[in-house]
Design a protein around this ligand. Sequence first.
Ligand SMILES: [Zn+2]
Length: 320
Amino acid sequence: MKGEERAPLPIVPPPFPDERLTSWLERIADVYLVSLDGLQAHVGWVRPALELELEPVQADMVRIAQATGCSLNRLLAMTFHGLPPRYRSLLRPEAREICLVCSRGMQRPQRLRSWSFAFSFWCECHRQPLGNRDIRGASTLADSWTARRGAQILNAWAMGKDSAVVPVASVLSLLLSLARKASPAAPWELARLPPSCQRQRSFQTKHFRRTVLTSVVPEFEVAVPIYDQRLPLDISKISIAPRAERYALAIGVARVLKDPGSAIARILEFSDEQGREKIRTLIDLWPAPICSAVRLHRTCNSKRGRDDRKNDRVQIYRPT
Ligand SMILES: [Zn+2]
């Protein structure tokens, strides 16, 4: 029998506010003790539910609406349809994060749309960290207040409401750029490898990227060993990065924007000459008031009696 000929499902649990379509359909399938594929075969929609979340197909959505008694508008609100392109590009459709408080007593925890954003780490309702199997580096990357601030900034930016003093895209580019030439792991970095791996030539000779992020969020290097860091080359790939990398970036964004002057000074001191040149090029595009703040920071450093060489390294803007 085809889906359109079937009677509506007799029992349909109501969707939670902001619940994802896949999450709700999985909970409906549980009621009938079938898999999501089994429910799809019974109702008769064609595209996989995960795809419908990103690109709803009218015929499939109508079929689900008929089977569940849910309006088409409510169904669309469970998808990522209509969200700004930048926000959509930073989605993690496969995300399975849950809130243990939201889902207390539930056989299958619900998953919300907002938790699929690359920089979502908390349930905003209960202010609880989202449960995630990926706990790599979580205990060391603990500056939750700063990470929350960074996540808010990144969310606003993705939704087209960037009001930060420096464009968020520019800060992300800065954090992901190379501060130093790629280099082999230092002995203390190799020491974190199991003894059997430490002697492997591949680990001893491989050159690792040294990003600006490490100077702004030094605890990231402690949380995630250099040989295991998986930072993307640019922000467009951040959705596939592990949680620790995304969390560290959120911290980094908040720290840079809180005090751009001192953050830049610290970054330049950390960088080699090639890295400094790149960073200066990026910062040259920043708003004039920030440039002034950086210059002021340099002046303060001079007054503290730093030697001439160090002052040159902190200087960002060439005389005009
Ligand atoms: Zn919650």
